[in-house]
Ligand binder design. Sequence first.
Ligand SMILES: Cc1cc2nc3c(=O)[nH]c(=O)nc-3n(C[C@H](O)[C@H](O)[C@H](O)COP(=O)(O)O)c2cc1C
Length: 307
Amino acid sequence: MKPNLSVKIGKLDLKNPVMVASGTFGYAEEFKDFFDLKKLGAIVTKTITIRARHGNLPPRTCETPAGMLNSIGLENPGIDKFIEEKIPFLKKLGIPVIVSIAAEEDPEEFAILVKQLDKISEISAIELNISCPNLQKNKLISQDAQSTFALVSAVRQLTEKTLITKLSPNVTSISEIALAAQNAGSDAVALINTLTGMSIDVHKRIPKIASWVGGLSGPAIRPVAIKMVWETYNKIKIPIIGMGGIMDIESALEFFIAGSTAISVGTANFINPRISLEIISGLKAYMEDNDIQNLSNITGKLKACKD
Ligand SMILES: Cc1cc2nc3c(=O)[nH]c(=O)nc-3n(C[C@H](O)[C@H](O)[C@H](O)COP(=O)(O)O)c2cc1C
């Protein structure tokens, strides 16, 4: 029996459920020498804004006991340059391209970006990054259910393309926010973005990253992400794209069993750029070994503990 790894996210048909997380894979071309990128389920680009951004001052990353802190600050070339310089390579790949977007100041910027991306046929889906912790905002859109509902509803009217809403773990109830995104017409939710954190150089008594506070990612956040995926799976009907500390096939499987339809690999790309490929092979082997024909037989299939 040949396992079927394909999944559907909104209008997107993915040949396998493994994608790369926004901001950890550049615009894909940076990784072209490591493996055949066509083998990925989909590519999610670094988040794009209307204007080009240089990002935050260095140092912007530091290692932590089980992960990393980053405060890149959405460095990107801006939408026009992205379309001109990055899309030609991405469209040659022939796999779904998901473009992540964010507003710098005004939520209206999302509408401007969506209108522009909607015209480009090679773009398969748009991910609304309403959860970036590195823009020095008092409150993120994804920290409020009403604001999430308002933003997603406004954008939904502007495009028929698949819409994915990327959520923040820095909230009391992520499933409430996911429900708001679903009710506003989002086709899927992606979770989690990074958890806010700090690290201190005790010898100099200074923060290890220049913006003091950054986003924590990697294995340290995995149990938090798993709990949030599981909680959200029990509350919503649209697919979940799970991420947060996926390092290998075992951690990827945790996300499916907790309720993810697809997964994104982030920080692990910096350690092993071929990790996504290894996870795809591992998934096939796991399904073969356990006589699992379709991924839907794993997603959300968490059993209760025996006494
Ligand atoms: C260096 C770095 C840059 C990131 N940039 C973005 C970004 O531009 N947009 C976004 O939505 N998430 C961004 N993220 C968050 C990741 O996409 C992902 O949600 C998070 O890191 C959790 O997954 P992981 O633990 O596998 O890295 C970034 C993460 C890292 C480590």
